[in-house]
Design a protein around this ligand. Structure first.
Ligand SMILES: *Cc1c(COP(=O)(O)O)cnc(C)c1O
Length: 222
C-alpha cells in the first residue's frame, strides 16, 4: 500500500503545474493531514464548519483552507477569519453574508459559484440563467471583500464516463460564457473547480484548474 506521502507526490507529478491539488480531508484525523503536510501539501478542503475550525486550530498556520461543502449563511462567521476559498456558493444570500463577514475580518475571500451539472436532483447549485441573473443584478458595493473567481461543479455519481465527461464539458462551456458576458475583469474569473478521486483525470482534460481529491489520498471514508 502506498503512503500518503507517496500518493501526494505522485498526484503532484501527474497534475499539470497550473492545476491546484486540494486534499479533501473531511472526517480524517489531523494526524493524517499532517502526514500530507509533511509531504509538502499546503492546500486542504473540508466540508463541515466545526471540523474545519477545529483543524485550523490544530494544524500549521500556513495551510490554505478551502471550504468545499454546503455552507449555511449563519455559519460563515466561524470560518471567515481564516478561510481562503469557499467553493459551492449557491445563493445570493450566502454570497452577501460571506462579504459581510470578510469585511468584519478585514479579509478578502475567494469564492466559486456552484453550478448544478449532475443529473441527480439533490445536488445544490445554480443553472446558467440563474448565474447570469445573479451576476448582473447583484450590487457591487455588497461584494467589496469577495472575489468571484469561477465555478465549481460535481458530476453525477455514475459509471458512465461519457456522461461525466459531457457534464464537465458543459461546466467549462458555462464558465466561458459567464466570463465573457458578466465580467469586465475577465482575467479574474479564471477558476474551474471540478474533479474528485474517481474522475479528476477527465476533469483536467476538460479544463479543471482545481481538483478536490479525498479518498484517493486518505482512504475511503466510513
Ligand atoms: C468529499 C468531497 C470530495 C472528495 O471526494 P473523493 O471522492 O473522496 O475524492 C470532493 N468534492 C466535494 C464537494 C466533496 O464533498
Amino acid at each position: 500500500m502506498l503512503t500518503i506521502r507517496e500518493i501526494i507526490l505522485s498526484l503532484k507529478n501527474e497534475l499539470p503545474p497550473e492545476v491546484k491539488l486540494i486534499a479533501v480531508s473531511k472526517t480524517k484525523p489531523a494526524a493524517l493531514l499532517l502526514e500530507a503536510y509533511e509531504a509538502g501539501q499546503r492546500v486542504f478542503g473540508e466540508n463541515y464548519v466545526q471540523e474545519l475550525t477545529e483543524k485550523f486550530d490544530l494544524l500549521p498556520k500556513d495551510i490554505e483552507w478551502h471550504m468545499i461543502g454546503h455552507l449555511q449563511s449563519n455559519k460563515v462567521k466561524y470560518i471567515a477569519p481564516f478561510v481562503t476559498w469557499i467553493h459551492g456558493v449557491d445563493s445570493e444570500k450566502l454570497l452577501i453574508e460571506i462579504n459581510k463577514q470578510a469585511v468584519k475580518s478585514n479579509r478578502i475571500i475567494q469564492v466559486l459559484l456552484q453550478v448544478h451539472i449532475a443529473s441527480e436532483e439533490t445536488k445544490f447549485g445554480f443553472d446558467e440563467i440563474e448565474l447570469l441573473d445573479l451576476l448582473l443584478r447583484v450590487d457591487p458595493s455588497k461584494l467589496t471583500h469577495v472575489r468571484i473567481r469561477g465555478l465549481m461543479g460535481m458530476a453525477s455519481f455514475s459509471d458512465n464516463s461519457a456522461q461525466v465527461r459531457e457534464e464537465f464539458k458543459n461546466l467549462k462551456l458555462i464558465h466561458t460564457k459567464i466570463k465573457n458576458s458578466a465580467f469586465q475583469e475577465k482575467a479574474e474569473f479564471d477558476q474551474l473547480s471540478m474533479g474528485m478521486s474517481g474522475d479528476w483525470k477527465m476533469a483536467v482534460e476538460e479544463g479543471s484548474t482545481m481538483v478536490r481529491i479525498g479518498s484517493a489520498i486518505f482512504g475511503s471514508r466510513s
